[in-house]
Design a protein around this ligand. Structure first.
Ligand code: PMP
Length: 394
Protein backbone atom coordinates (compact mmCIF):
# COMPACT_ATOMS: atom_id res chain seq x y z
CA UNK A 1 0.00 0.00 0.00
CA UNK A 2 2.86 2.43 0.64
CA UNK A 3 3.88 2.17 -3.01
CA UNK A 4 1.02 4.57 -3.76
CA UNK A 5 2.65 7.36 -1.77
CA UNK A 6 4.50 10.22 -3.38
CA UNK A 7 7.38 11.63 -1.31
CA UNK A 8 6.11 14.17 1.22
CA UNK A 9 7.22 17.75 0.50
CA UNK A 10 10.45 18.46 2.35
CA UNK A 11 10.60 21.26 4.90
CA UNK A 12 12.84 23.85 3.27
CA UNK A 13 14.40 25.01 6.52
CA UNK A 14 15.22 21.47 7.62
CA UNK A 15 16.61 20.65 4.15
CA UNK A 16 18.94 23.61 4.52
CA UNK A 17 20.45 22.05 7.66
CA UNK A 18 21.46 19.01 5.59
CA UNK A 19 23.06 21.14 2.88
CA UNK A 20 24.95 23.19 5.45
CA UNK A 21 26.29 20.10 7.23
CA UNK A 22 27.49 18.60 3.95
CA UNK A 23 29.35 21.79 2.92
CA UNK A 24 33.11 21.27 3.54
CA UNK A 25 34.01 24.99 3.53
CA UNK A 26 35.38 26.06 6.91
CA UNK A 27 34.25 29.68 6.59
CA UNK A 28 30.60 28.80 5.84
CA UNK A 29 27.95 30.86 7.62
CA UNK A 30 24.64 29.44 8.89
CA UNK A 31 21.87 32.03 9.00
CA UNK A 32 19.17 29.42 8.43
CA UNK A 33 17.56 27.51 11.26
CA UNK A 34 15.71 29.50 13.93
CA UNK A 35 17.63 28.65 17.07
CA UNK A 36 19.57 31.11 19.18
CA UNK A 37 23.33 30.70 18.92
CA UNK A 38 26.10 32.26 20.96
CA UNK A 39 29.32 33.77 19.65
CA UNK A 40 30.78 30.30 19.13
CA UNK A 41 27.73 29.08 17.23
CA UNK A 42 26.52 27.00 20.19
CA UNK A 43 22.94 26.70 21.43
CA UNK A 44 23.72 26.22 25.10
CA UNK A 45 21.48 24.96 27.92
CA UNK A 46 20.64 28.04 30.00
CA UNK A 47 22.23 28.18 33.46
CA UNK A 48 18.98 28.37 35.41
CA UNK A 49 17.41 25.56 33.38
CA UNK A 50 20.39 23.29 34.06
CA UNK A 51 20.15 24.02 37.79
CA UNK A 52 16.39 23.37 37.74
CA UNK A 53 17.03 20.05 35.99
CA UNK A 54 19.50 19.07 38.72
CA UNK A 55 16.93 19.84 41.38
CA UNK A 56 14.29 17.84 39.56
CA UNK A 57 16.59 14.86 39.24
CA UNK A 58 17.19 14.92 42.98
CA UNK A 59 13.64 15.54 44.10
CA UNK A 60 11.41 13.75 41.61
CA UNK A 61 10.20 10.45 43.07
CA UNK A 62 7.57 9.46 40.53
CA UNK A 63 6.91 9.72 36.85
CA UNK A 64 3.27 8.77 36.99
CA UNK A 65 0.79 10.57 34.71
CA UNK A 66 0.08 14.21 35.44
CA UNK A 67 -3.12 14.64 33.43
CA UNK A 68 -4.22 16.24 30.18
CA UNK A 69 -3.29 19.80 31.18
CA UNK A 70 0.21 18.76 32.27
CA UNK A 71 1.86 20.60 35.15
CA UNK A 72 -0.77 22.89 36.69
CA UNK A 73 1.78 25.07 38.48
CA UNK A 74 3.61 25.53 35.16
CA UNK A 75 0.34 26.65 33.58
CA UNK A 76 -0.18 29.21 36.30
CA UNK A 77 3.29 30.75 36.10
CA UNK A 78 3.20 30.76 32.30
CA UNK A 79 -0.14 32.58 32.24
CA UNK A 80 1.41 35.22 34.51
CA UNK A 81 4.53 35.48 32.39
CA UNK A 82 2.44 36.11 29.30
CA UNK A 83 -0.55 38.09 30.58
CA UNK A 84 1.29 39.93 33.39
CA UNK A 85 0.53 39.87 37.10
CA UNK A 86 -2.47 42.17 36.92
CA UNK A 87 -4.55 40.32 34.30
CA UNK A 88 -8.05 39.03 35.10
CA UNK A 89 -7.09 35.44 35.90
CA UNK A 90 -10.66 34.51 36.78
CA UNK A 91 -11.27 34.45 33.00
CA UNK A 92 -7.94 32.89 31.93
CA UNK A 93 -7.10 29.18 31.64
CA UNK A 94 -3.91 27.54 30.36
CA UNK A 95 -2.94 24.06 29.22
CA UNK A 96 0.62 22.82 28.93
CA UNK A 97 1.32 21.74 25.35
CA UNK A 98 4.17 20.12 23.40
CA UNK A 99 5.91 23.34 22.34
CA UNK A 100 4.41 26.44 20.81
CA UNK A 101 3.41 24.21 17.90
CA UNK A 102 1.32 21.99 20.16
CA UNK A 103 -0.22 25.09 21.71
CA UNK A 104 -1.13 26.50 18.31
CA UNK A 105 -2.78 23.26 17.34
CA UNK A 106 -4.73 23.03 20.61
CA UNK A 107 -6.00 26.59 20.19
CA UNK A 108 -6.93 25.83 16.58
CA UNK A 109 -8.78 22.67 17.66
CA UNK A 110 -10.77 24.67 20.20
CA UNK A 111 -11.64 27.24 17.55
CA UNK A 112 -12.77 24.47 15.20
CA UNK A 113 -15.07 23.08 17.90
CA UNK A 114 -16.63 26.40 18.75
CA UNK A 115 -16.69 28.10 15.31
CA UNK A 116 -16.26 25.41 12.64
CA UNK A 117 -16.78 27.93 9.84
CA UNK A 118 -14.33 30.51 11.14
CA UNK A 119 -11.56 31.74 8.88
CA UNK A 120 -8.16 32.27 10.48
CA UNK A 121 -6.48 35.37 9.07
CA UNK A 122 -2.72 35.00 8.93
CA UNK A 123 -0.08 37.56 8.04
CA UNK A 124 1.59 37.48 4.64
CA UNK A 125 4.31 36.38 5.13
CA UNK A 126 4.20 34.29 8.27
CA UNK A 127 5.95 31.32 9.86
CA UNK A 128 5.25 28.72 7.13
CA UNK A 129 3.98 26.11 9.59
CA UNK A 130 1.01 28.29 10.56
CA UNK A 131 -0.72 27.36 7.33
CA UNK A 132 -0.70 23.53 7.52
CA UNK A 133 -1.29 23.69 11.25
CA UNK A 134 -4.52 25.67 10.94
CA UNK A 135 -5.62 23.57 7.96
CA UNK A 136 -4.75 20.42 9.90
CA UNK A 137 -7.33 21.45 12.49
CA UNK A 138 -9.86 21.78 9.68
CA UNK A 139 -9.94 25.57 9.61
CA UNK A 140 -10.03 27.84 6.60
CA UNK A 141 -7.26 30.38 6.23
CA UNK A 142 -7.01 33.76 4.55
CA UNK A 143 -4.13 36.22 4.42
CA UNK A 144 -3.74 39.83 5.43
CA UNK A 145 -0.90 41.91 3.96
CA UNK A 146 1.85 42.56 6.47
CA UNK A 147 5.29 43.35 5.11
CA UNK A 148 6.66 45.81 2.62
CA UNK A 149 9.90 44.24 1.36
CA UNK A 150 11.20 47.51 -0.10
CA UNK A 151 11.02 49.60 3.07
CA UNK A 152 11.28 46.62 5.46
CA UNK A 153 8.28 47.91 7.40
CA UNK A 154 4.73 46.81 8.25
CA UNK A 155 2.01 47.55 5.64
CA UNK A 156 -0.24 48.66 8.42
CA UNK A 157 -2.96 50.47 6.45
CA UNK A 158 -3.30 47.53 4.06
CA UNK A 159 -3.40 45.14 7.00
CA UNK A 160 -6.26 47.06 8.64
CA UNK A 161 -8.15 47.50 5.37
CA UNK A 162 -8.07 43.73 4.76
CA UNK A 163 -9.02 42.80 8.32
CA UNK A 164 -12.05 45.07 7.99
CA UNK A 165 -13.40 42.55 5.47
CA UNK A 166 -13.21 39.64 7.95
CA UNK A 167 -16.56 38.33 9.17
CA UNK A 168 -17.53 38.43 12.85
CA UNK A 169 -16.32 35.27 14.57
CA UNK A 170 -13.21 34.98 12.37
CA UNK A 171 -9.86 34.73 14.13
CA UNK A 172 -6.83 36.93 13.52
CA UNK A 173 -3.49 35.24 14.10
CA UNK A 174 -1.05 37.86 15.35
CA UNK A 175 2.62 37.44 16.22
CA UNK A 176 2.92 38.64 19.81
CA UNK A 177 6.41 40.00 19.15
CA UNK A 178 9.49 39.37 16.98
CA UNK A 179 7.54 38.61 13.81
CA UNK A 180 8.81 35.51 12.02
CA UNK A 181 10.11 35.79 9.29
CA UNK A 182 10.26 39.57 8.89
CA UNK A 183 11.38 41.03 12.24
CA UNK A 184 8.99 43.95 11.59
CA UNK A 185 6.59 44.48 14.49
CA UNK A 186 3.53 46.50 15.40
CA UNK A 187 4.06 49.59 17.54
CA UNK A 188 1.91 49.96 20.64
CA UNK A 189 -0.11 52.58 18.80
CA UNK A 190 -0.73 50.06 16.01
CA UNK A 191 -1.68 47.36 18.54
CA UNK A 192 -4.26 49.80 19.91
CA UNK A 193 -5.77 50.33 16.48
CA UNK A 194 -5.81 46.58 15.77
CA UNK A 195 -7.54 46.02 19.13
CA UNK A 196 -10.20 48.61 18.30
CA UNK A 197 -10.84 46.85 15.00
CA UNK A 198 -11.05 43.41 16.67
CA UNK A 199 -13.61 44.71 19.16
CA UNK A 200 -15.59 46.64 16.55
CA UNK A 201 -15.84 43.70 14.13
CA UNK A 202 -16.22 40.92 16.72
CA UNK A 203 -12.99 39.18 15.65
CA UNK A 204 -11.13 36.74 17.87
CA UNK A 205 -7.48 37.59 18.56
CA UNK A 206 -5.24 34.54 18.36
CA UNK A 207 -1.77 35.52 19.48
CA UNK A 208 1.30 33.39 18.82
CA UNK A 209 4.06 34.45 21.18
CA UNK A 210 7.18 32.37 20.57
CA UNK A 211 9.97 34.87 21.31
CA UNK A 212 9.01 36.72 24.50
CA UNK A 213 12.18 38.38 25.77
CA UNK A 214 13.98 38.35 22.41
CA UNK A 215 12.73 41.73 21.16
CA UNK A 216 12.37 44.70 23.51
CA UNK A 217 12.41 42.70 26.77
CA UNK A 218 10.19 40.24 28.66
CA UNK A 219 7.52 42.77 29.66
CA UNK A 220 7.66 45.01 26.58
CA UNK A 221 7.34 42.01 24.24
CA UNK A 222 4.02 41.08 25.84
CA UNK A 223 2.68 44.66 25.93
CA UNK A 224 0.66 44.37 22.70
CA UNK A 225 -0.88 41.06 23.77
CA UNK A 226 -1.75 42.49 27.21
CA UNK A 227 -3.31 45.54 25.65
CA UNK A 228 -5.56 43.29 23.55
CA UNK A 229 -6.36 41.10 26.59
CA UNK A 230 -7.48 44.16 28.55
CA UNK A 231 -10.09 45.10 25.96
CA UNK A 232 -11.49 42.03 24.23
CA UNK A 233 -14.05 39.61 25.64
CA UNK A 234 -12.27 36.51 24.33
CA UNK A 235 -8.84 35.58 23.09
CA UNK A 236 -6.55 32.64 22.33
CA UNK A 237 -2.81 32.56 22.97
CA UNK A 238 -0.13 30.04 22.01
CA UNK A 239 3.09 30.53 23.87
CA UNK A 240 6.43 28.76 23.40
CA UNK A 241 9.35 28.30 25.79
CA UNK A 242 11.56 26.82 23.08
CA UNK A 243 13.54 30.01 22.46
CA UNK A 244 13.42 32.02 25.67
CA UNK A 245 14.29 29.00 27.85
CA UNK A 246 16.31 27.29 25.09
CA UNK A 247 14.44 24.02 25.69
CA UNK A 248 13.75 23.41 22.01
CA UNK A 249 13.82 19.60 21.98
CA UNK A 250 12.01 19.20 25.29
CA UNK A 251 8.84 20.60 23.70
CA UNK A 252 7.49 23.19 26.13
CA UNK A 253 4.60 25.53 25.46
CA UNK A 254 1.18 26.55 26.70
CA UNK A 255 -2.18 27.17 25.07
CA UNK A 256 -4.22 29.85 26.81
CA UNK A 257 -7.82 30.93 26.75
CA UNK A 258 -9.34 34.24 27.81
CA UNK A 259 -13.12 33.85 28.01
CA UNK A 260 -16.04 36.09 28.97
CA UNK A 261 -16.39 34.37 32.32
CA UNK A 262 -14.70 31.74 34.46
CA UNK A 263 -17.47 29.26 33.67
CA UNK A 264 -17.02 29.70 29.93
CA UNK A 265 -13.23 29.50 30.32
CA UNK A 266 -13.58 26.14 32.12
CA UNK A 267 -15.81 24.73 29.42
CA UNK A 268 -13.46 25.95 26.67
CA UNK A 269 -10.48 24.41 28.48
CA UNK A 270 -12.39 21.13 28.74
CA UNK A 271 -12.77 21.09 24.95
CA UNK A 272 -9.12 21.93 24.43
CA UNK A 273 -8.10 19.05 26.67
CA UNK A 274 -10.52 16.69 24.94
CA UNK A 275 -8.78 17.61 21.68
CA UNK A 276 -5.39 16.98 23.30
CA UNK A 277 -6.59 13.52 24.36
CA UNK A 278 -7.14 12.55 20.72
CA UNK A 279 -3.89 14.11 19.47
CA UNK A 280 -1.20 13.07 21.96
CA UNK A 281 -3.07 12.66 25.26
CA UNK A 282 -0.61 14.32 27.67
CA UNK A 283 2.28 16.70 27.14
CA UNK A 284 5.87 15.70 28.03
CA UNK A 285 6.74 16.75 31.57
CA UNK A 286 10.46 17.32 31.96
CA UNK A 287 11.03 20.65 30.19
CA UNK A 288 7.88 22.24 31.56
CA UNK A 289 8.79 21.13 35.07
CA UNK A 290 12.23 22.75 34.68
CA UNK A 291 10.65 25.98 33.42
CA UNK A 292 8.24 25.93 36.36
CA UNK A 293 11.10 25.50 38.84
CA UNK A 294 12.93 28.46 37.26
CA UNK A 295 9.89 30.73 37.29
CA UNK A 296 8.94 29.86 40.88
CA UNK A 297 12.40 30.32 42.39
CA UNK A 298 13.42 33.94 42.94
CA UNK A 299 17.14 33.42 42.34
CA UNK A 300 16.84 31.07 39.38
CA UNK A 301 14.33 33.40 37.81
CA UNK A 302 16.64 36.38 38.20
CA UNK A 303 19.50 34.41 36.65
CA UNK A 304 17.30 33.27 33.76
CA UNK A 305 16.16 36.83 33.12
CA UNK A 306 19.77 38.04 33.18
CA UNK A 307 20.92 35.39 30.69
CA UNK A 308 17.94 36.04 28.43
CA UNK A 309 18.74 39.74 28.52
CA UNK A 310 22.37 39.01 27.51
CA UNK A 311 21.07 37.04 24.52
CA UNK A 312 18.71 39.85 23.55
CA UNK A 313 21.44 42.46 23.83
CA UNK A 314 23.77 40.35 21.70
CA UNK A 315 21.18 40.18 18.93
CA UNK A 316 20.61 43.93 19.14
CA UNK A 317 24.35 44.65 18.89
CA UNK A 318 24.62 42.31 15.91
CA UNK A 319 21.71 44.05 14.21
CA UNK A 320 23.32 47.46 14.53
CA UNK A 321 26.78 46.25 13.50
CA UNK A 322 25.44 44.29 10.51
CA UNK A 323 23.37 47.23 9.26
CA UNK A 324 26.51 49.39 9.52
CA UNK A 325 28.61 46.83 7.63
CA UNK A 326 25.99 46.66 4.88
CA UNK A 327 25.88 50.44 4.72
CA UNK A 328 29.67 50.54 4.29
CA UNK A 329 29.77 47.82 1.69
CA UNK A 330 26.75 48.91 -0.34
CA UNK A 331 27.15 52.67 0.07
CA UNK A 332 23.42 52.83 0.65
CA UNK A 333 20.87 52.80 3.44
CA UNK A 334 18.94 49.96 1.81
CA UNK A 335 19.55 47.60 4.73
CA UNK A 336 19.18 50.07 7.60
CA UNK A 337 15.87 48.44 8.57
CA UNK A 338 17.84 45.52 10.05
CA UNK A 339 18.83 47.71 12.99
CA UNK A 340 15.18 48.73 13.53
CA UNK A 341 13.79 45.19 13.46
CA UNK A 342 13.47 43.09 16.60
CA UNK A 343 13.74 39.40 17.37
CA UNK A 344 15.78 36.65 15.84
CA UNK A 345 14.89 37.27 12.20
CA UNK A 346 14.98 39.81 9.43
CA UNK A 347 14.20 39.41 5.80
CA UNK A 348 16.87 40.92 3.56
CA UNK A 349 14.66 41.30 0.49
CA UNK A 350 16.83 39.20 -1.87
CA UNK A 351 15.52 37.02 -4.70
CA UNK A 352 15.75 33.23 -4.50
CA UNK A 353 18.43 33.31 -7.18
CA UNK A 354 20.50 35.71 -5.07
CA UNK A 355 20.03 33.50 -2.01
CA UNK A 356 21.19 30.49 -4.07
CA UNK A 357 24.28 32.37 -5.25
CA UNK A 358 25.16 33.30 -1.68
CA UNK A 359 25.08 29.62 -0.76
CA UNK A 360 26.96 28.24 -3.76
CA UNK A 361 29.51 31.03 -4.25
CA UNK A 362 30.06 32.20 -0.67
CA UNK A 363 28.92 29.39 1.65
CA UNK A 364 26.30 31.69 3.20
CA UNK A 365 23.14 29.79 4.12
CA UNK A 366 19.76 31.47 4.59
CA UNK A 367 16.14 30.50 3.96
CA UNK A 368 14.98 30.96 0.34
CA UNK A 369 12.88 34.01 1.19
CA UNK A 370 16.15 35.67 2.42
CA UNK A 371 15.24 35.36 6.09
CA UNK A 372 18.34 35.51 8.25
CA UNK A 373 18.82 34.34 11.83
CA UNK A 374 20.48 37.35 13.43
CA UNK A 375 22.00 35.16 16.18
CA UNK A 376 23.95 33.29 13.49
CA UNK A 377 25.76 36.41 12.21
CA UNK A 378 29.55 36.06 12.52
CA UNK A 379 30.66 38.75 14.99
CA UNK A 380 34.11 39.03 13.44
CA UNK A 381 33.10 38.59 9.83
CA UNK A 382 30.30 41.08 9.26
CA UNK A 383 32.06 43.09 6.55
CA UNK A 384 33.03 39.94 4.64
CA UNK A 385 29.42 38.77 4.81
CA UNK A 386 28.08 42.18 3.79
CA UNK A 387 30.50 42.18 0.85
CA UNK A 388 29.20 38.77 -0.26
CA UNK A 389 25.61 40.01 -0.06
CA UNK A 390 26.39 43.16 -2.02
CA UNK A 391 28.22 41.09 -4.66
CA UNK A 392 25.06 39.13 -5.54
CA UNK A 393 22.81 42.20 -5.73
CA UNK A 394 23.39 43.02 -9.41
N1 PMP B 1 5.45 30.25 16.32
C1 PMP B 1 6.45 30.83 15.67
C2 PMP B 1 6.24 32.15 15.02
C3 PMP B 1 7.69 30.19 15.59
O1 PMP B 1 8.69 30.79 14.92
C4 PMP B 1 7.85 28.93 16.20
C5 PMP B 1 9.17 28.21 16.15
N2 PMP B 1 9.91 28.30 15.04
C6 PMP B 1 6.77 28.38 16.88
C7 PMP B 1 5.58 29.06 16.92
C8 PMP B 1 6.79 27.03 17.54
O2 PMP B 1 7.88 26.68 18.24
P1 PMP B 1 8.00 25.33 19.06
O3 PMP B 1 6.91 24.41 18.64
O4 PMP B 1 9.35 24.81 18.71
O5 PMP B 1 7.87 25.73 20.48
Amino acid sequence: MFEDLQPAPTDKILALIGLYRADPRTDKVDLGVGVYKDRDGKTAVMRAVREAEKRLLQSQDTKTYLGLAGDLAFNEVMAKLVFGDSADFTRIRAAQAPGGSGALRLAAELLKRTRPDATVWISNPTWPNHVPMMRGAGLTIAEYPYFDAVSGSVRFDDMLATLKTAKPGDAVLLHGCCHNPTGANLSIEQWTRVTDLLVERGLLPFVDIAYQGFGEGLEADAAGLRLVAGKVPEMLVASSCSKNFAVYRDRVGAAMILAKSGTEADIALGHMLAAARTLYSMPPDHGAAAVRVVLQDKELRADWEAELEEMRQRMLRLRVAFAEALRRQSNSDRFDFIAEHRGMFSRLGLTEAQVDRLRTEHGVYMVGDSRINVAGLPEDGLDKLAQAIVSVLD
